[in-house]
Design a protein around this ligand. Structure first.
Ligand SMILES: NC(=O)c1ccc[n+]([C@@H]2O[C@H](COP(=O)([O-])OP(=O)(O)OC[C@H]3O[C@@H](n4cnc5c(N)ncnc54)[C@H](OP(=O)(O)O)[C@@H]3O)[C@@H](O)[C@H]2O)c1
Length: 343
């Protein structure tokens, strides 16, 4: 085990897209666990679009990362040293550990990974982690999806979006994805079983929806906001549900998010639009994980991950991949795989 811990601490609140100089690389002595604490060696970092929002001072559903604090990140890791009654050296865990090599934890918000379950570690940041849980409750609970209904999902080749489409297919619905680029769209249809995919970079979303959803859209699961949200609002079926999961197209704007122009479609369609935060479902996480585990084991859903290997220094450029559409599936930065026993 190393004797020091490298961390990325927030240096500036970005204007527009985050840049490398918005974080400082800091080296500290390795933390020593006190009574009721343990030290985790971080193996894989979850890279999330929300990280951009956490860098802003504006109040949100979670407090901002303070200037000088370790950048917030969810991660998986292995317990290296423990003075905690419920965590032993060698345990695999997942939690909010930050962009650093080692984290000191009291166990708050930490979940233990069962090593007997035969799934890759990355699944605990992907389909069996917050990604899958977000897709599950957003679609089934907020979206009220029922078998036979037509679901449109934006950001469809991304982590949450690709999971939403796969759950729709596993539960007997019609899935239409919206994603950037022909390659991603082909992947959605040919590999993930989507019924159709619309390349928003080369075709009109509004026109293509007329073709793919002639009877309207029952659930729109929106990850991106902006013009795509406006286009889908024009195709809502009666009593449709628009699920506001996120708005990645708006996170880097310097002028603030632009609202939808076509919101009166909600009135005409007797539809509703509702946002949600996955953390509110914490007491029900086991429900989602149980169902997702079965679908994963049955081959009905895939753990679609996009893993960059490197060190925490690679964090800024890995985060940027989400905003330029470089990722397909859950973006992960693996900083621990030099020890093959870890994963
Ligand atoms: N509400 C909650 O509790 C909750 C929890 C987790 C995540 N989220 C939200 O869920 C959404 C998806 O997160 P994720 O982790 O699954 O990320 P992701 O979809 O894997 O990555 C972001 C994707 O957004 C697309 N994108 C980037 N800029 C865009 C633009 N201007 N217009 C349209 N698409 C754009 C890119 O795909 P293309 O190549 O297709 O453009 C990129 O791959 C985010 O909005 C996130 O904040 C919400």
């Amino acid at each position: 085990m190393s004797t020091y811990n490298r961390q990325l601490r927030l240096a500036h609140r970005p204007v527009g897209a985050a840049k490398e100089t918005d974080w400082n690389l800091v080296e500290e002595p390795l933390p020593t666990p006190g009574e009721g604490e343990f030290v985790v060696k971080i193996l894989q970092l979850s890279i999330d679009p929300a990280m951009r929002g956490w860098m802003d001072a504006a109040p949100s559903y979670i407090p901002p990362v303070e200037i000088g604090a370790v950048m917030r990140a969810f991660a998986t890791g292995r317990v290296m040293e423990s003075h905690h009654p419920h965590y032993a050296t060698g345990d695999l865990v997942t939690g909010e550990f930050g962009v650093q090599e080692y984290a000191l934890s009291t166990g708050a918000g930490v979940y233990r990974i069962d090593p007997r379950v035969d799934v890759p570690l990355s699944a605990y940041l992907g389909v069996l982690g917050l990604t899958g849980i977000t897709a599950y409750f957003g679609l089934l609970d907020v979206g009220g999806f029922q078998p036979g209904q037509t679901v449109v999902v934006s950001g469809a080749a991304g982590a949450v979006g690709s999971t939403v489409g796969q759950i729709v297919k596993a539960r007997g619905g019609r899935a239409i994805g919206i994603a950037g680029g022909e390659q991603k769209c082909r992947y959605l249809v040919e590999r993930l079983g989507f019924d159709a995919a619309i390349d928003y970079k080369s075709e009109s979303v509004r026109k293509s929806l007329r073709r793919h959803a002639p009877d309207g859209v029952d659930v729109f699961f929106d990850n991106v906001g902006g013009p795509i949200l406006d286009d889908v609002l024009t195709r809502l079926a009666r009593h449709a549900r628009v699920v506001i999961c996120g708005a990645v197209s708006q996170y880097n704007t310097e002028v603030g998010p632009q609202g939808p122009k076509n919101y009166l479609s909600l009135l005409v369609s007797r539809a509703r639009m509702e946002g949600f935060v996955v953390f509110d479902y914490a007491p029900r996480y086991p429900e989602a994980i149980a169902d997702m585990s079965i679908w994963l084991a049955d081959g009905k859903i895939t753990n679609l991950v996009d893993i960059e290997r490197g060190s925490i220094i690679d964090f800024p450029k890995t985060l940027a991949r989400l905003f330029n559409g470089a990722n397909t599936g859950k973006q992960i930065l693996d900083i621990g795989s030099e020890d093959p026993d870890d994963v």
